[in-house]
Design a protein around this ligand. Sequence first.
Ligand SMILES: CC(C)(COP(=O)(O)OP(=O)(O)OC[C@H]1O[C@@H](n2cnc3c(N)ncnc32)[C@H](O)[C@@H]1OP(=O)(O)O)[C@@H](O)C(=O)NCCC(=O)NCCS
Length: 236
Amino acid sequence: MAPGQDSTKLAVPHPLPIEVSHMFVHESADVADDLEIGEGSKIWHLAQVREGARLGRSCVIGRGAYIGPGVSLGDNCKVQNYALVYEPAVVEDGAFIGPAVVFTNDYFPRSIAPDGTLKTGDDWEAVGVTVRRGASIGARAVCVAPVTIGRWALVAAGAVVTADVPAFALVAGVPARRIRWVGKAGVPLDRDGDGWVCPRTGERYVESGDALTEATPTTTPVSATRDITDGRRRRA
Ligand SMILES: CC(C)(COP(=O)(O)OP(=O)(O)OC[C@H]1O[C@@H](n2cnc3c(N)ncnc32)[C@H](O)[C@@H]1OP(=O)(O)O)[C@@H](O)C(=O)NCCC(=O)NCCS
Protein backbone atom coordinates (compact mmCIF):
# COMPACT_ATOMS: atom_id res chain seq x y z
CA MET A 1 0.00 0.00 0.00
CA ALA A 2 1.36 3.42 -0.83
CA PRO A 3 1.65 5.77 2.16
CA GLY A 4 -1.71 7.29 2.93
CA GLN A 5 -3.54 5.35 0.24
CA ASP A 6 -6.83 3.77 1.29
CA SER A 7 -5.87 4.02 4.90
CA THR A 8 -7.25 5.76 7.92
CA LYS A 9 -5.19 7.47 10.60
CA LEU A 10 -6.20 5.95 13.88
CA ALA A 11 -6.89 9.18 15.69
CA VAL A 12 -9.31 7.58 18.12
CA PRO A 13 -8.13 7.54 21.74
CA HIS A 14 -7.94 4.44 23.89
CA PRO A 15 -9.81 2.78 25.52
CA LEU A 16 -10.94 0.74 22.57
CA PRO A 17 -12.48 -1.31 20.90
CA ILE A 18 -12.31 0.86 17.86
CA GLU A 19 -14.46 0.17 14.88
CA VAL A 20 -13.75 2.80 12.27
CA SER A 21 -14.36 2.38 8.61
CA HIS A 22 -14.83 -1.39 8.86
CA MET A 23 -11.68 -2.14 10.82
CA PHE A 24 -11.41 -3.58 14.30
CA VAL A 25 -8.97 -3.12 17.17
CA HIS A 26 -9.59 -5.19 20.31
CA GLU A 27 -9.76 -3.17 23.50
CA SER A 28 -6.75 -4.94 25.00
CA ALA A 29 -4.50 -4.13 22.02
CA ASP A 30 -1.90 -1.39 22.39
CA VAL A 31 -1.89 0.68 19.22
CA ALA A 32 -0.10 3.95 18.48
CA ASP A 33 -2.18 7.03 17.74
CA ASP A 34 -0.54 7.59 14.36
CA LEU A 35 -0.99 4.06 13.07
CA GLU A 36 -2.24 3.91 9.49
CA ILE A 37 -4.66 1.05 9.05
CA GLY A 38 -6.44 -0.07 5.93
CA GLU A 39 -10.09 -0.93 5.65
CA GLY A 40 -11.07 -4.36 6.93
CA SER A 41 -7.96 -4.90 9.05
CA LYS A 42 -8.23 -6.48 12.50
CA ILE A 43 -5.92 -6.23 15.49
CA TRP A 44 -6.60 -8.82 18.17
CA HIS A 45 -6.07 -9.18 21.91
CA LEU A 46 -2.86 -7.86 23.47
CA ALA A 47 -1.19 -7.10 20.15
CA GLN A 48 1.09 -4.06 20.09
CA VAL A 49 1.41 -1.90 16.99
CA ARG A 50 3.97 0.87 17.35
CA GLU A 51 4.09 4.44 16.10
CA GLY A 52 4.35 5.07 12.40
CA ALA A 53 3.43 1.52 11.44
CA ARG A 54 1.28 1.06 8.35
CA LEU A 55 -1.15 -1.77 7.78
CA GLY A 56 -2.79 -2.25 4.41
CA ARG A 57 -6.32 -3.43 3.84
CA SER A 58 -7.72 -6.64 5.37
CA CYS A 59 -4.69 -7.48 7.49
CA VAL A 60 -5.02 -9.65 10.60
CA ILE A 61 -2.71 -9.07 13.56
CA GLY A 62 -3.01 -11.96 16.00
CA ARG A 63 -3.01 -12.06 19.78
CA GLY A 64 0.17 -10.79 21.39
CA ALA A 65 1.88 -9.98 18.08
CA TYR A 66 4.30 -7.04 17.94
CA ILE A 67 4.64 -4.68 14.98
CA GLY A 68 7.59 -2.31 15.41
CA PRO A 69 7.76 1.43 14.73
CA GLY A 70 7.49 2.29 11.05
CA VAL A 71 6.97 -1.29 9.95
CA SER A 72 5.00 -1.51 6.74
CA LEU A 73 2.52 -4.27 5.88
CA GLY A 74 0.75 -4.51 2.54
CA ASP A 75 -2.81 -5.69 1.96
CA ASN A 76 -4.13 -9.09 3.09
CA CYS A 77 -1.25 -9.92 5.40
CA LYS A 78 -1.62 -12.27 8.37
CA VAL A 79 0.61 -11.93 11.41
CA GLN A 80 -0.11 -14.83 13.72
CA ASN A 81 -0.09 -14.92 17.52
CA TYR A 82 3.05 -13.71 19.30
CA ALA A 83 5.03 -13.02 16.14
CA LEU A 84 7.64 -10.26 16.63
CA VAL A 85 8.01 -8.07 13.57
CA TYR A 86 10.81 -5.70 14.52
CA GLU A 87 11.50 -2.57 12.55
CA PRO A 88 12.47 -1.78 9.82
CA ALA A 89 10.66 -4.81 8.38
CA VAL A 90 8.78 -4.46 5.10
CA VAL A 91 6.05 -7.00 4.42
CA GLU A 92 4.40 -7.01 1.02
CA ASP A 93 0.83 -7.92 0.07
CA GLY A 94 -0.47 -11.34 1.05
CA ALA A 95 2.43 -12.38 3.25
CA PHE A 96 1.88 -14.85 6.11
CA ILE A 97 3.92 -14.48 9.29
CA GLY A 98 3.41 -17.59 11.43
CA PRO A 99 2.99 -17.85 15.18
CA ALA A 100 6.00 -16.88 17.31
CA VAL A 101 8.07 -15.88 14.29
CA VAL A 102 10.89 -13.45 15.04
CA PHE A 103 12.36 -10.89 12.63
CA THR A 104 15.60 -9.63 14.15
CA ASN A 105 16.96 -6.15 13.52
CA ASP A 106 20.44 -6.07 15.07
CA TYR A 107 23.06 -8.39 13.59
CA PHE A 108 25.59 -7.99 16.42
CA PRO A 109 23.41 -7.12 19.41
CA ARG A 110 24.73 -5.62 22.62
CA SER A 111 22.86 -4.13 25.54
CA ILE A 112 25.78 -1.95 26.61
CA ALA A 113 28.64 -0.08 24.93
CA PRO A 114 32.26 -1.07 25.69
CA ASP A 115 32.30 1.55 28.45
CA GLY A 116 29.41 -0.18 30.17
CA THR A 117 26.77 2.43 29.41
CA LEU A 118 23.36 1.37 28.23
CA LYS A 119 22.98 1.56 24.46
CA THR A 120 19.98 3.38 23.04
CA GLY A 121 18.26 3.25 19.69
CA ASP A 122 20.66 5.93 18.41
CA ASP A 123 23.71 3.73 19.08
CA TRP A 124 23.02 1.22 16.36
CA GLU A 125 21.58 1.05 12.89
CA ALA A 126 18.63 -1.29 12.60
CA VAL A 127 18.60 -3.75 9.72
CA GLY A 128 15.40 -5.23 8.42
CA VAL A 129 13.66 -8.26 7.02
CA THR A 130 11.81 -7.88 3.72
CA VAL A 131 9.04 -10.33 2.89
CA ARG A 132 7.94 -10.26 -0.72
CA ARG A 133 4.40 -10.74 -2.01
CA GLY A 134 2.67 -14.00 -1.10
CA ALA A 135 5.55 -15.47 0.94
CA SER A 136 4.93 -17.45 4.15
CA ILE A 137 7.05 -17.80 7.27
CA GLY A 138 6.34 -20.95 9.29
CA ALA A 139 5.80 -21.16 13.01
CA ARG A 140 8.67 -20.09 15.27
CA ALA A 141 11.02 -19.40 12.39
CA VAL A 142 13.68 -16.74 12.93
CA CYS A 143 14.70 -14.44 10.07
CA VAL A 144 18.08 -12.89 10.82
CA ALA A 145 18.16 -9.43 9.21
CA PRO A 146 19.26 -8.18 6.77
CA VAL A 147 17.49 -10.76 4.67
CA THR A 148 14.83 -10.94 1.96
CA ILE A 149 12.25 -13.69 1.62
CA GLY A 150 11.36 -13.93 -2.06
CA ARG A 151 7.92 -13.92 -3.66
CA TRP A 152 5.75 -16.92 -2.74
CA ALA A 153 8.62 -18.58 -0.87
CA LEU A 154 7.83 -20.79 2.13
CA VAL A 155 9.98 -20.93 5.25
CA ALA A 156 9.45 -24.15 7.22
CA ALA A 157 8.51 -24.16 10.88
CA GLY A 158 11.47 -23.60 13.16
CA ALA A 159 13.89 -22.56 10.41
CA VAL A 160 16.60 -19.97 10.96
CA VAL A 161 16.95 -17.89 7.80
CA THR A 162 20.43 -16.36 7.45
CA ALA A 163 20.52 -15.55 3.72
CA ASP A 164 18.11 -14.37 1.05
CA VAL A 165 15.48 -16.90 0.02
CA PRO A 166 14.72 -17.08 -3.72
CA ALA A 167 11.17 -16.71 -4.98
CA PHE A 168 9.18 -19.99 -4.73
CA ALA A 169 11.83 -21.71 -2.58
CA LEU A 170 10.81 -23.95 0.33
CA VAL A 171 13.57 -23.66 2.90
CA ALA A 172 13.96 -25.57 6.16
CA GLY A 173 16.44 -26.17 8.94
CA VAL A 174 19.14 -24.31 10.81
CA PRO A 175 20.55 -22.60 8.88
CA ALA A 176 17.71 -22.78 6.37
CA ARG A 177 18.46 -24.52 3.07
CA ARG A 178 16.23 -25.03 0.06
CA ILE A 179 14.61 -28.47 0.11
CA ARG A 180 11.99 -27.98 -2.62
CA TRP A 181 10.23 -25.51 -4.86
CA VAL A 182 6.66 -24.49 -4.04
CA GLY A 183 4.04 -22.78 -6.19
CA LYS A 184 1.63 -19.99 -5.37
CA ALA A 185 -0.71 -22.51 -3.73
CA GLY A 186 2.04 -23.30 -1.21
CA VAL A 187 2.43 -26.98 -2.06
CA PRO A 188 5.62 -28.58 -3.41
CA LEU A 189 5.98 -28.62 -7.19
CA ASP A 190 6.36 -31.78 -9.25
CA ARG A 191 8.98 -32.25 -11.96
CA ASP A 192 7.44 -32.03 -15.41
CA GLY A 193 9.93 -32.48 -18.22
CA ASP A 194 12.37 -29.59 -18.10
CA GLY A 195 10.13 -27.57 -15.80
CA TRP A 196 7.93 -27.80 -12.73
CA VAL A 197 4.16 -28.01 -12.28
CA CYS A 198 1.88 -27.35 -9.33
CA PRO A 199 -0.20 -30.49 -8.56
CA ARG A 200 -2.98 -28.29 -7.19
CA THR A 201 -3.34 -25.53 -9.76
CA GLY A 202 -1.54 -26.89 -12.82
CA GLU A 203 0.54 -23.72 -13.02
CA ARG A 204 3.95 -24.23 -14.62
CA TYR A 205 7.29 -22.88 -13.56
CA VAL A 206 10.71 -22.66 -15.17
CA GLU A 207 13.98 -23.26 -13.32
CA SER A 208 17.04 -21.34 -14.39
CA GLY A 209 20.19 -21.55 -12.34
CA ASP A 210 19.14 -21.07 -8.74
CA ALA A 211 15.92 -19.26 -9.62
CA LEU A 212 12.37 -20.31 -10.39
CA THR A 213 9.86 -18.16 -12.25
CA GLU A 214 6.36 -18.58 -13.60
CA ALA A 215 6.35 -20.13 -17.08
CA THR A 216 4.59 -16.98 -18.25
CA PRO A 217 6.00 -14.36 -15.92
CA THR A 218 3.62 -11.67 -14.81
CA THR A 219 6.18 -9.78 -12.76
CA THR A 220 9.91 -9.29 -12.82
CA PRO A 221 11.70 -11.99 -10.80
CA VAL A 222 13.42 -10.84 -7.65
CA SER A 223 17.19 -10.99 -8.06
CA ALA A 224 18.82 -11.99 -4.81
CA THR A 225 22.14 -10.39 -3.96
CA ARG A 226 22.70 -13.28 -1.62
CA ASP A 227 20.94 -16.59 -1.84
CA ILE A 228 20.42 -19.57 0.30
CA THR A 229 21.31 -22.31 -2.18
CA ASP A 230 24.58 -23.10 -0.50
CA GLY A 231 23.67 -21.53 2.84
CA ARG A 232 26.30 -18.76 2.55
CA ARG A 233 25.83 -15.04 2.32
CA ARG A 234 26.92 -13.55 -0.98
CA ARG A 235 27.46 -9.91 -1.63
CA ALA A 236 26.54 -8.41 -4.99
C1 LIG B 1 8.35 -27.92 5.45
C2 LIG B 1 6.90 -28.33 5.36
C3 LIG B 1 6.12 -27.33 4.50
C4 LIG B 1 6.77 -29.71 4.80
O1 LIG B 1 7.23 -29.73 3.45
P1 LIG B 1 7.34 -31.12 2.68
O2 LIG B 1 7.96 -30.83 1.36
O3 LIG B 1 6.00 -31.79 2.67
O4 LIG B 1 8.36 -31.90 3.60
P2 LIG B 1 8.39 -33.44 3.96
O5 LIG B 1 7.44 -33.69 5.07
O6 LIG B 1 8.27 -34.27 2.71
O7 LIG B 1 9.87 -33.55 4.53
C5 LIG B 1 11.00 -33.40 3.71
C6 LIG B 1 12.22 -33.37 4.60
O8 LIG B 1 12.22 -32.13 5.32
C7 LIG B 1 12.17 -32.37 6.71
N1 LIG B 1 11.33 -31.34 7.30
C8 LIG B 1 10.01 -31.16 7.17
N2 LIG B 1 9.63 -30.07 7.84
C9 LIG B 1 10.72 -29.58 8.42
C10 LIG B 1 10.95 -28.46 9.26
N3 LIG B 1 9.95 -27.65 9.64
N4 LIG B 1 12.20 -28.23 9.67
C11 LIG B 1 13.22 -29.04 9.28
N5 LIG B 1 13.07 -30.10 8.48
C12 LIG B 1 11.82 -30.37 8.06
C13 LIG B 1 11.60 -33.76 6.86
O9 LIG B 1 11.98 -34.35 8.09
C14 LIG B 1 12.20 -34.46 5.68
O10 LIG B 1 13.52 -34.78 5.95
P3 LIG B 1 14.17 -36.19 5.42
O11 LIG B 1 14.11 -36.08 3.91
O12 LIG B 1 15.55 -36.16 5.97
O13 LIG B 1 13.29 -37.26 5.96
C15 LIG B 1 6.26 -28.38 6.79
O14 LIG B 1 6.94 -29.35 7.57
C16 LIG B 1 6.29 -27.05 7.51
O15 LIG B 1 7.22 -26.71 8.24
N6 LIG B 1 5.19 -26.28 7.31
C17 LIG B 1 5.00 -25.01 7.98
C18 LIG B 1 3.94 -25.21 9.08
C19 LIG B 1 3.70 -23.91 9.80
O16 LIG B 1 4.57 -23.38 10.45
N7 LIG B 1 2.49 -23.38 9.71
C20 LIG B 1 2.20 -22.08 10.30
C21 LIG B 1 0.75 -21.99 10.68
S1 LIG B 1 0.40 -22.97 12.13
